[in-house]
Design a binder for this molecule. Structure first.
Ligand SMILES: NC(=O)c1ccc[n+]([C@@H]2O[C@H](COP(=O)([O-])OP(=O)(O)OC[C@H]3O[C@@H](n4cnc5c(N)ncnc54)[C@H](O)[C@@H]3O)[C@@H](O)[C@H]2O)c1
Length: 268
C-alpha cells in the first residue's frame, strides 16, 4: 500500500500494545502499511513488535498520549523517519469507572487520556495528514458513549465526548481532505474484559455478557479492527463525521431482548 510519492503509507495507532489497538496495528501491517505503534506500556509494546503478525512493519514508540509535548515529538519522529502520516487510530484509553464518589483527580486522569489524548495526537498529526492523499482518523468510542451504565460517570462521559469531538474534528479537518470517524465497540474479548472475567473466564462470562448483544456473543478485537480498516480505506471515501457501532446489535436491542421472547406478550 503506497502513497502517491511511492512510499508505504503510514498508520499511527495508539493503545497498540494490547487488544483492539494491537489487532488494528496487525491489520494495517498486513495491508502493507508502516505502523507506528504508540502505547504507554513499554514492555507489552516491545512484545508486540517482536511477535505480532507483520511485526517487521510495526515500530514501537513508548509514549503517554496525555503528554502533549512527547506526543508531538513522537509524531514528528514518525513523519521524519517514514515520510508522513496517512492514518491515525486512537485506541488508548483509561478505563477508570467511577460514579457519585469520583474525585477531581480521577476526573482529570480519565479526561486527560481519553479526550485530551486524542486531541494531542490529532493536533500533532494534522499537518502530515493534510499533506497525505486519502487521510483518515478513527477514534475509538464505545457503546458506553450512547447509554447509561451504573457507576460510570467518568468512562461513559469521556466516550460520549469522543463522539462529539469526532464530529467537530470531521468538520474542521474536511477542508484538508481528512475524514474523521469513530467506532463504538460492544463488549470485545480483550485483556481488559478478560481481567473482569478473571473469576471463571470466558466460558463462564460469555453466556452472561453475550446476551447483551443481538448476536449473543462477545466480539473479537479483529472484528473492530476490520471496521476501523474499512473507515480508513478508499471504500469509505464519502463517510466522515459518523459513529459506527461495532457491537453485535447491543445498541439496537431494547430490554425486552434480554428476556425469553417467546413469552413476551407486551406491546408499546
Ligand atoms: N474491550 C471492550 O469491550 C471495549 C468496548 C468498547 C470500547 N472499547 C475501547 O476500545 C479501546 C481499546 O480497548 P481494549 O479493550 O483493546 O483495551 P486494552 O486495555 O487491551 O488496550 C488499551 C491500551 O491503551 C494503553 N494506554 C492506556 N493509557 C495510555 C496512555 N495514557 N498512553 C498511551 N497508551 C495508553 C494501554 O497500555 C493498553 O495497551 C479503548 O478506547 C476502549 O475504551 C473497548
Amino acid at each position: 500500500m503506497e502513497n502517491a510519492d511511492q512510499r508505504p503509507r503510514v498508520a499511527l495507532v495508539t493503545g497498540a500494545a494490547s487488544g483492539i489497538g494491537r489487532a488494528t496495528a496487525e491489520l494495517f501491517a498486513a495491508r502493507g502499511f508502516t505502523v507506528a505503534a504508540l502505547d504507554i506500556a513499554e514492555d507489552r509494546l516491545q512484545q508486540v513488535a517482536a511477535e505480532a503478525s507483520g511485526s517487521e512493519r510495526i515500530h514501537p514508540i513508548p509514549v503517554d498520549v496525555s503528554d502533549r509535548d512527547r506526543v508531538g515529538f513522537a509524531v514528528e519522529q514518525v513523519a521524519a523517519t517514514h515520510g508522513g502520516v496517512d492514518v491515525v487510530v486512537n485506541c488508548a484509553a483509561n478505563f477508570l469507572a467511577r460514579g457519585i464518589d469520583v474525585s477531581p483527580e480521577e476526573w482529570d486522569a480519565v479526561l486527560r487520556v481519553n479526550v485530551r489524548g486524542i486531541s494531542n495526537v490529532v493536533q500533532a498529526a494534522h499537518p502530515h495528514l493534510a499533506r497525505a492523499a486519502g487521510a483518515a482518523v478513527v477514534n475509538v468510542a464505545s457503546i458506553s458513549a450512547h447509554i447509561a451504565q451504573p457507576q460510570r460517570w467518568t468512562y461513559n462521559t469521556t466516550k460520549a465526548a469522543i463522539v462529539g469531538l469526532t464530529r467537530c474534528m470531521a468538520m474542521d479537518l474536511s477542508a484538508d481532505g481528512i475524514r474523521v470517524n469513530s467506532v463504538s465497540p460492544g463488549w470485545i474479548w480483550t485483556p481488559e474484559v478478560a481481567a473482569a472475567a478473571a473469576d471463571g473466564g470466558r466460558e463462564r462470562w460469555e453466556p452472561v455478557w453475550g446476551r447483551f448483544h443481538l448476536l449473543r456473543r462477545l466480539g473479537e478485537a479483529a472484528e473492530v479492527a476490520a471496521a476501523i480498516g474499512f473507515l480508513c480505506s478508499s471504500e469509505a471515501s464519502f463517510i466522515t463525521g459518523v459513529d459506527l457501532p461495532v457491537d453485535g446489535g447491543y445498541l439496537a436491542m431494547g430490554p425486552e431482548g434480554l428476556g425469553d421472547t417467546s413469552s413476551f406478550a407486551g406491546s408499546a
